[in-house]
Every structure is written in C-alpha cells, then in structure tokens.
Design a protein around this ligand. Structure first.
Ligand code: HEM
Length: 361
C-alpha cells in the first residue's frame, strides 16, 4: 500500500514538474517572439553599458544590425527602440493612443504639489491633461492673447536691459538665481539616473537627483507663490487692478469663478511647466542660431543689415518685417541637413557631426 502511494506521489510530482517546466518554456518562447530582436543582454544591467558615452551613435550602429525596431534592456526596463520614419509613423500616428504617454523619470517624483500627477507635460492623456491643454490653448497661446501682451513683453525686456545696465555700471553681479533653478531642473531631468533603470533603488535615490530636484522645486515654488500672493493682494485691494493684464490675472480670474475646475495648485504647476518647457528650449534655439551665424559670417552680415533697416530699437512687432531673421530661426529648428531616410531615426548630421553649442558652466 505504502509502495503504491509512493509511486502515485512520484508520478504526481513528476507530472506537476513537467507542466511547470512546459509553461515556463512556453512563456519564454512567446516572450521571445513578441519582443523585437536586440543585442545580447548582460545579467542585471542588461544593455546599459553597451550604450556607451554617445548613445545616439550606438543606437544608430545597433539598428543597422537589429533593424528599425529593436529591444534593449536597460536595467530592469525593457525598452523598444524605433528608428525608422515608417515605424515611427506606425507608432506615433496609427497607434498614438497607445504611445502618447511618457514614463515619468524618478527625478520628477518631487514632494511638492504632487507635481508628476498635476503637470501637463508629464500627465498621461487624461481628462485633467485635456483640461490643462485647453486652458493653455485658450488663456495663453491664442493670437489675441499673445498680441494683447506684446506691450507687456516689450516693457519686461526693457526692464531687464535696464537692470543689467545698472548692475554693469555699479559693478554688481546680475542675479541669475531663477535661470540657474530652471536650468538645474532641466539638467537633472535629462541626467542619466540609475533609479530610472532599477526602480527598487528609488527609495534610496543613490545619485541624489530627486533630493536636488526637491530643492529646485521648493525654491521655484517659493518664487511663484510670492508673485501669486502679491498679485492676489493687489487684486483684492483695488477694483482697477482686477482688469485682466496678463496670463496670471487671467488664471486668477478663472480660479475665482464658481464651480471652477481650476485650483491654485494647477496655477502653480502650470507656471512651473511653462518656465521649465519654455526657457531652455528657447534659449538653446537662440544660442544655436547665433553659433551658426558666427560660423557663417556672410549670413551674419545679411542678418545685421536687415535689422539695421528697422528704425530705432527692434521691437517684437518688427519681426514680421525681418524674413531673413525668421528664416534663420526656422532653419535652426528644421533638420534640413539631417537625413531622415537613413535606416535610423536618431540620425546624425549628414555633412558633419553635431556641433557643440556653448554651455554655461
Ligand atoms: C524653440 C522653442 C521650443 C521648442 C523647440 C519646443 C519643443 C517642444 C517639444 C519637442 C515638445 C514635446 C511635444 C510632444 O512630446 O508631443 C514640447 C512640449 C511642450 N512645450 Fe515646447 N518647445 C519650445 C518652446 C516652448 C515654450 C516657449 C513654451 C511655453 C511658454 C513651451 C511649452 C511646452 C509645453 C507646456 C509642452 C507640453 C505639451 C503637452 O505635453 O501637452 N514650449 N515642446
């Protein structure tokens, strides 16, 4: 009896093991067929080291071997690299709903205002994201709003010039705290952070990226809070100041409305979004265009001549009369010397490698 029971137990265990092994094999096999090809992965780190110090070149090189859709394992994160215009179209146009959200880097999981859950830039395509997009489109980026605030922008540029001149004359340092904070945020969002590839390390924050971001956000929000508080105080102290002068006034009017969906936190985070998204992008574009001009003195002369034809100091309203200047900026943004028909998407300059643009250190 005991012998038969033992035999039954062995058969049962053997059958269970067989089923288990078969299911693991099936899962591995189906996993292999689902994921696109890619280079061999090292245990734990996957392909992180293979990226090297010029990841764009490495990816271009790898895509020649593994094709326009390839799998890389970055730590524990499975990453699919798309590197041809056709497949990029497939992903971003045909399957835009599936691919339109971004992975929020650990650096942005800051303590303040649950930033990563309220920011337009990083929110997934949700009702709140649509609300914020609509708000930005109607309150900030309509041509009427931009035209109406032209004089205000001119005044602010003038104030900035006067401030710099005064400091120059008195030998005082120009306060660039705000710009340092915004550039600090940009730098730490883009910095390789090991916690993004090994989420288990997020608690430890080994490179201190989130800690530094917390400090930047704390200070930026202090600056915004003081501006918002000052404006709220002004608005409640006089009827005249309630007239809508700028974006902040427009947002404060909306927040005061009954049944409004907009909160003070939304305003603070929206301001952060705009300064983070709009500062580095714009200044890099200008620096890039200026570098290109320095490298092409004949074009620089042409641009200068065009500006000299404008009477008095150049104003925003004069830009429509400066087609050459507009073309220079558009050219800086248009990858006309980048060959998108190559088999890789993160393409290199066709004529020469990308030039470094001047960086403040
Ligand atoms: C030359 C200047 C600029 C460049 C090259 C640029 C480029 C970009 C790019 C590539 C995106 C991502 C689009 C996407 O993933 O779908 C983006 C998003 C964004 N940009 Fe800009 N940008 C510039 C200036 C600005 C300025 C001046 C502002 C604000 C005042 C701004 C605010 C935003 C915002 C809020 C988003 C996120 C939109 C969303 O996710 O719904 N950008 N920008």
């Amino acid at each position: 009896m005991e012998y038969r029971f033992l035999l039954l137990l062995i058969s049962f265990t053997w059958a269970c093991l067989h089923v288990l092994i078969a299911s693991i094999q099936l899962r591995r096999k189906s996993g292999r067929t689902v994921l696109p090809p890619g280079p061999r992965q090292l245990p734990i780190i996957g392909n992180i080291l293979a990226l090297g110090d010029k990841p764009h070149r490495t990816l271009a090189h790898l895509s020649r071997t593994y094709g326009p859709l390839m799998t890389l394992k970055l730590g524990t994160i499975t990453t699919i690299v798309v590197s041809s215009p056709d497949i990029a179209k497939e992903a971003l146009q045909k399957h835009d709903q599936a691919f339109c959200s971004r992975t929020v880097p650990d650096a942005l999981h800051v303590q303040h205002y649950n930033f990563h859950k309220n920011t337009m830039i990083w929110l997934p395509a949700s009702t709140h994201w649509k609300f914020l997009r609509k708000l930005a489109a109607t309150q900030m980026f309509t041509s009427q709003r931009l035209d109406a605030s032209q004089a205000l922008r001119g005044k602010k540029v003038q104030e900035l010039l006067e401030y710099v001149h005064e400091n120059c004359n008195s030998g005082q340092a120009v306060d660039i705290e705000f710009s340092d904070l915004v550039f600090g945020v940009m730098e730490h969002i883009g910095k390789p952070n090991i916690a993004n590839y090994f989420p288990v390390l997020r608690l430890v924050d080994p490179q201190g990226v989130r800690r530094k971001m917390n400090n930047y956000f704390k200070r930026l929000l202090q600056i915004f809070d003081s501006i918002i508080n000052e404006r709220t105080r002004l608005r409640s102290s006089s009827v005249a100041s309630k007239a809508c002068h700028d974006v902040l006034d427009a947002l404060l009017i909306l927040v005061e409305e009954e049944n409004t969906e907009l909160s003070f936190t939304d305003i603070q985070v929206l301001l952060l979004d705009m300064f983070i998204a709009g500062t580095d992008t714009t200044s890099c574009t200008v620096e890039w265009a200026m570098t290109e001009l320095l490298l092409n003195p004949d074009k620089l002369v042409k641009a200068k001549n065009e500006l000299q034809e404008v009477d008095g100091p150049v104003q925003e309203s004069d830009i429509s009369r400066c087609p050459y200047l507009q073309a220079i900026i558009a050219d800086g943004l248009t990858p006309e010397d980048i060959d998108m028909s190559e088999t890789f998407g993160i393409t290199l300059h066709k004529r020469e490698p990308l030039r470094a643009i001047p960086m403040k250190t």
